[in-house]
Each structure stands twice: as C-alpha cells, then as structure tokens.
Design a protein around this ligand. Structure first.
Ligand SMILES: Nc1ncnc2c1ncn2[C@@H]1O[C@H](COP(=O)(O)OP(=O)(O)O)[C@@H](O)[C@H]1O
Ligand SMILES: O=c1ccn([C@@H]2O[C@H](COP(=O)(O)O)[C@@H](O)[C@H]2O)c(=O)[nH]1
Length: 203
C-alpha cells in the first residue's frame, strides 16, 4: 500500500488536486481519507458553542482515530470513516465503510502537524496558493456552499484562519517531498505525482 498525504492551507486546492490524481488512476486502486471527517465529536456542546471552536488548530482533530484507521487500512482491514457536517459543525451518525486499496490518499490542512501520522505517509505533497487567492476561494466557497455571509468569513479569516495558517500549517511545508504551486491549474505537477505513484507501485 502506498500512502499519499496532501496538505496545504484552506482554499489552496487540495481537493482539486486529489480529484485530478483520482482521474489519473484506476478507480478500484485508490481510496481517499479526508481529515475533515476526523474533526472531534462535539455532542456535549450547543450549536452556538460549536460555532466558536477553532477548527484550524490541531487540537480540533481526532488524530488518534485517524491514525488508528490508517493503521487498520495498512494491515488490510476496512474501516468505518466518520462523516462530518459543516452545517452542524459535528459528526453525523452515519459512517462510510472504507476498504483498503493500493493507494490511500489522506487530505487535510493539518495532516502534517502530527508526527505519528507523518511517519505513516510515504509521499508528502503540500499544495501552495497565495493567501489572497486562498481567501478569495474560501469566501466564494463558504458563501455559496456553506451558507456563511461575507462578514463572518472575513472575521474568521482575520482572527483564526490566518494566524493558525501561519503557526501550524505553513511550517509543515518543510516536511513536504513535493510542493505544488496552485495559483493556476498545474497539470505538470499532477503528471509528476502520477509518475511517482506508478513508479512506486509497479517498480
Ligand atoms: N488552480 C486553481 N485555479 C483556480 N481555482 C482553483 C484552483 N484550484 C482550486 N480552485 C478552486 O478553489 C476552490 C477551493 O479549492 P479546493 O480544492 O476545495 O481547496 P481546499 O480543498 O484546499 O480547501 C474551489 O472552488 C476550486 O474549484
Ligand atoms: O465545522 C467546520 C469545520 C471546519 N471548517 C473549516 O474547514 C477548513 C478546512 O477545510 P478545507 O477544505 O481544507 O478548506 C478549515 O479552515 C476550517 O476553518 C468549518 O468552516 N466548519
């Protein structure tokens, strides 16, 4: 099994890069684990309290469960991947049965902050986009898809996203084997990732 980690700031294009990689590989050989599925359960908090959680801090992530699941997949066992709701800011009851595949892609802003998780990842990719580009993309997404208003997005960006990015996410670029500049679509980088995966899998 080959484990690929795709990190990078919010709006950098991680999900887009994952989709591009998926398009290059046989469907039955790849599975994706999203860090977002592993936000901690917050059943004991009210909705208002959950709105104030710092989702860009490593403490928000249930790394213990995520690492446990990656180890299970590595040893050939299926897992029940949690499902997270950005509307309620909490996990839902459903889970998705995820089977081990030859390639496992883990994607998320904070995945390189945890050493145990880093050590399980064979190829670490960091997707880079300038902060203004990421802010614009994040504003569009949160307003169009997550029901937020412009003031809410800007306030959150200034008070939480930007400082957390600088403190926790940007420094993990140093762990990357490959940095993908993604201010514009980068097909060359995707070709390189595909070549590396094929090389490792079929050598
Ligand atoms: N290279 C790019 N150029 C322009 N828009 C992009 C690019 N990559 C991603 N996007 C757009 O930016 C938004 C955020 O991308 P996404 O892949 O969801 O980022 P992330 O998963 O890192 O938060 C999406 O609307 C996506 O279509
Ligand atoms: O309930 C939540 C949980 C997280 N977020 C934000 O999501 C991004 C991470 O997702 P990307 O796809 O990488 O952008 C993170 O910046 C959190 O602030 C949220 O809005 N609500």
């Amino acid at each position: 099994m080959l484990i690929l980690g795709i990190a990078g700031g919010t709006g950098s294009g991680k999900t887009t890069v994952v989709t591009q990689i998926l398009n290059e590989l046989p469907e039955d050989e790849v599975t994706v684990i999203s860090q977002d599925s592993y936000y901690k359960r917050n059943d004991d908090l009210t909705y208002q309290e959950r709105c104030h959680i710092n989702f860009d801090h490593p403490n928000a992530i249930d790394f213990e469960l995520l690492i446990d699941h990656i180890r299970h997949l590595k040893s050939g066992q299926s897992i029940e991947q949690p499902v997270y709701s950005f509307v309620t800011h909490n996990r839902v009851q459903d889970t998705v049965i995820t089977h081990p595949k030859r390639v496992v892609i883990i994607e998320g802003i904070l995945i390189f902050t945890d050493k145990q998780l880093r050590d399980l990842i064979d190829i670490k990719v960091f997707v880079h986009a300038d902060s203004d580009e990421r802010l614009i993309r994040r504003m569009k997404r949160d307003i169009q898809e997550r029901g937020r208003d412009i003031n809410e997005v800007l306030e959150r960006y200034q008070t939480t996203l930007k400082p957390m990015h600088q403190e926790f996410i940007e420094p993990t670029k140093n762990y990357a084997d490959l940095i993908i500049p993604n201010d514009t679509y980068n097909t060359v980088a995707i070709d390189i990732v595909r070549t590396v995966i094929n090389e490792r899998l079929y050598k």
